[in-house]
Design a binder for this molecule. Structure first.
Ligand code: GLA
Length: 385
């Protein structure tokens, strides 16, 4: 990102010097739709980010400027309300959650810009919310720790974007570490970092260009189906079950004839996916990337067939890679219904492979595939001046 142009824009608009903060998007290697089931995920922060230039302005009004759109808007701290400018509602969400939690901030001036593809499943919204959280924390000396900022960002997403997301995206943006993935236990919030700097392997994202029309309603529906599974077990005397994390396949299958078939399928997927994360971490420790890749394919299969959050474009991209020698693993990533696939690919012959998949995708769908070769970077923070 070009920090200088953002700073210059800020100085031109508000005639003072800003402080600069950044928050990255994320990938998730495996562990999809497990976070809101108290499960395990394996994300990392990437080299795509949102950058904020910020300074307090001593008033009760926040002046905000979205540099990539060339649009400005305001937030009145005495009367916080939803804006017609969609992008500003993510910022307003953070400000409102702080206010509701009794955390006092003052007015501020803001310019932000980013290079995370929107709707690509790379958590541009979590980065937008976490970046502002990190910035306001420092500007107004709020003394929030990283976890608190992540939860504030998540609440903003729930209340202002209407997606009842888990905590993975916000934690990935806040706790990412360069050249590492991390296993997050979404129940205990414990984090274990694993080195992930692979000289001859690359992580490639293929963006279908299909955006999440269905995504938020279907996402919330999946979440409700998982909760239905949990409450069914509770009603059947399993008081020890507070989430799918507490349920084994065997326990669930005891009720296979009584449970709603869809709910059964969804819950089985979540249990299997948690197991896959555990196995995938073992494979990382053993440096068995072939084995790791096979688990990615199995994850995709579950997401597509059992959890039913994939789409024809994502399935096409994953299927295409299956007989390609230099691809170790591929799967859809994030909420689903569009966005990106994540691919673990050997570096040798990579350009040829990208060319071929791009032209196959164009032929199949009429869309130009967008390809990102990603690097794993550090989580959110202040940009040194
Ligand atoms: C979205 C949500 C996350 C997570 C994923 C699916 O990215 O924001 O909390 O549930 O979908 O794994």
């Amino acid at each position: 990102m070009n920090y200088t142009s953002i700073i210059k824009k800020f100085e031109k608009l508000y005639l003072k010097e800003p402080r600069v903060f950044r928050a990255p998007g994320r990938i998730n290697l495996i562990g999809e739709h497990t976070d809101y089931n108290d499960g395990l995920v394996l994300p990392a922060a990437i080299d795509r980010e949102i950058v904020y230039a910020l300074a307090p302005n001593g008033t009760d009004t926040c002046r905000v400027y979205a540099m990539d759109l060339g649009e400005e808007d305001e937030i009145n701290l005495n009367q916080i309300k939803v804006s017609e400018k969609r992008w500003n509602n993510y910022l307003i969400g953070v400000v409102a959650v702080l206010e509701n939690r009794g955390i006092k901030i003052g007015g501020f001036d803001c310019v932000f810009s980013g290079n995370i593809p929107i709707g690509g499943g790379l958590s541009s919204s979590a980065a937008l919310e976490c970046g502002l959280g990190v910035g306001l924390n420092e500007l107004f000396d709020l003394k929030l720790d990283q976890r608190e900022i992540a939860f504030i960002a998540q609440q903003a997403e729930h209340e202002y974007a209407g997606v009842l997301c888990g905590i993975m995206d916000q934690f990935a943006s806040m706790f990412g570490k360069e050249n590492h993935v991390f296993r997050l236990d979404c129940r205990s919030l414990e984090i274990d970092y694993f080195p992930f700097k692979l000289d001859d392997l690359k992580i490639i994202l293929f963006d279908t260009g299909v955006s999440h029309q269905l995504a938020s309603s279907e996402y919330n529906k999946r979440r409700a189906e998982c909760e239905q599974g949990v409450s069914f077990l509770q009603k059947n005397g399993h008081d020890d079950v507070s989430s799918l994390r507490d349920v084994s396949q065997e326990k669930l299958l005891r009720y296979k004839d009584e449970l709603d078939a869809t709910v059964l399928k969804r819950c089985l997927y979540v249990i299997e996916e948690n197991n896959r994360v555990v196995l995938a971490c073992k494979k990382l420790e053993e440096k068995d990337f072939e084995g790791f890749g096979a688990l990615m394919y199995a994850s995709h299969n579950g997401l597509s067939q059992e959890y039913e959050v994939s789409c024809t474009e994502l399935d096409f991209l994953v299927d295409y890679t299956k007989d390609k020698e230099n691809v170790l693993g591929a799967r859809m990533m994030g909420g689903g219904f569009g966005g990106c696939t994540i691919n673990l690919v050997k570096e040798e012959g990579i350009e040829e492979f990208i060319k071929k998949i791009e032209s196959a995708y164009l032929k199949e769908t009429g869309f130009q595939l967008k390809t990102f070769v990603t690097e794993i970077k550090e989580g959110a923070g202040k940009v040194p001046s």
